[in-house]
Design a binder for this molecule. Structure first.
Ligand SMILES: Nc1nc2c(ncn2[C@@H]2O[C@H](COP(=O)(O)OP(=O)(O)OP(=O)(O)O)[C@@H](O)[C@H]2O)c(=O)[nH]1
Ligand SMILES: [Mg+2]
Length: 255
């Protein structure tokens, strides 16, 4: 990477973290799309010992492009949140200024990543690629899935009292300072609650959260890992954080 210049944009040192579990069909497509859209970003694939051989395929991709593509192998499936935490630690240990979360299944279009990075360069600390701000959209979601997502977002927004339209969104860019400041060791959320958890911690630490519109497309290849236990985890935790936040504010405590 080039030297540190005063006029350097943070996005010039971007790491895109892609967690994978059985994404053999999707992985080469997403890696290719990222580098076609933005040749300068680096990619870290975090694979949880996928039985379908995604990890070996990731190694091949890294071998073919060793400067830009990296792989972390974890021994067993341990959830999206844990995979991202491991990826963040890897990126923070290197000279990346922006760390991006992106699904492997094509739901998060690499062609829209520049929107998130432009917002970081413009001063945002956490940028959320949002389905629920003007200009945002969802392709190919059954009505039931849409209703679940909207309900989860409304539930979190009301209980936490925050002004974020898509708090469960998984397409995000963090300025490294956010991840350095928040207590990542205390984060134990597994499923999509992880996204709410980190947003809540970023807001409580005074960081600027900005939403930019994206078009989310449902996966076309491979299998979903969404589960009922994810939903229960999110409902219980959000309720607890909301109550604690209100008590803290009433007592004048700043977290
Ligand atoms: N490393 C790792 N990656 C995971 C794990 N669970 C899910 N992922 C990855 O996280 C991303 C999001 O998972 P999805 O299964 O697409 O979850 P989803 O988007 O809620 O479900 P769909 O809408 O059906 O796609 C994908 O890239 C998955 O491969 C896990 O336990 N470990
Ligand atoms: Mg998905």
């Amino acid at each position: 990477m080039s030297g540190h210049g005063a006029s350097e944009r943070p996005s010039q040192r971007t790491l895109v973290i892609i967690p994978t579990y059985n994404e053999r069909e999707n992985l080469p497509l997403i890696v290719g799309r990222v580098h076609t859209a933005l040749p300068e970003v680096h990619i870290l694939i975090v694979d949880d010992g996928s039985p379908d051989g995604t990890g070996e395929l990731a190694d091949e991709l890294a071998l073919a492009d060793p400067d830009r593509v990296h792989v972390m192998h974890r021994v067993r499936k341990d959830g999206l949140g844990a995979a991202y935490l491991a990826g963040f630690a890897w990126g923070l240990g290197r000279e990346y200024s922006v760390l991006v979360e992106m699904d492997a299944d094509g739901s998060h279009a690499p062609e829209e990543l520049h929107r998130l990075l432009d917002a970081v360069d413009g001063g945002a600390d956490l940028v959320i690629g949002s389905r629920y701000v003007p200009g945002g959209a969802i392709r190919n979601w059954p009505r039931r899935r849409y209703a679940l997502s909207k309900t989860a977002n409304t539930y979190a927004r009301v209980l936490l009292g925050v002004d974020v339209n898509d708090i469960t969104a998984g397409y995000r860019a963090y300025r490294r300072e956010v991840l350095e400041k928040i207590d990542l060791a205390a984060v134990d959320s597994k499923g999509y609650c992880f996204q709410i958890d980190l947003t809540w911690r970023a807001i409580n630490n005074g960081f600027v959260v900005v939403e930019v519109p994206i078009t989310f497309s449902e996966r076309e290849l491979g299998v979903s890992k969404m589960s009922g236990s994810n939903i229960r985890e999110a409902m219980a935790k959000v309720a607890e954080w909301g109550i604690r936040g209100r008590l803290d504010r009433a007592r004048g405590v700043v977290r």
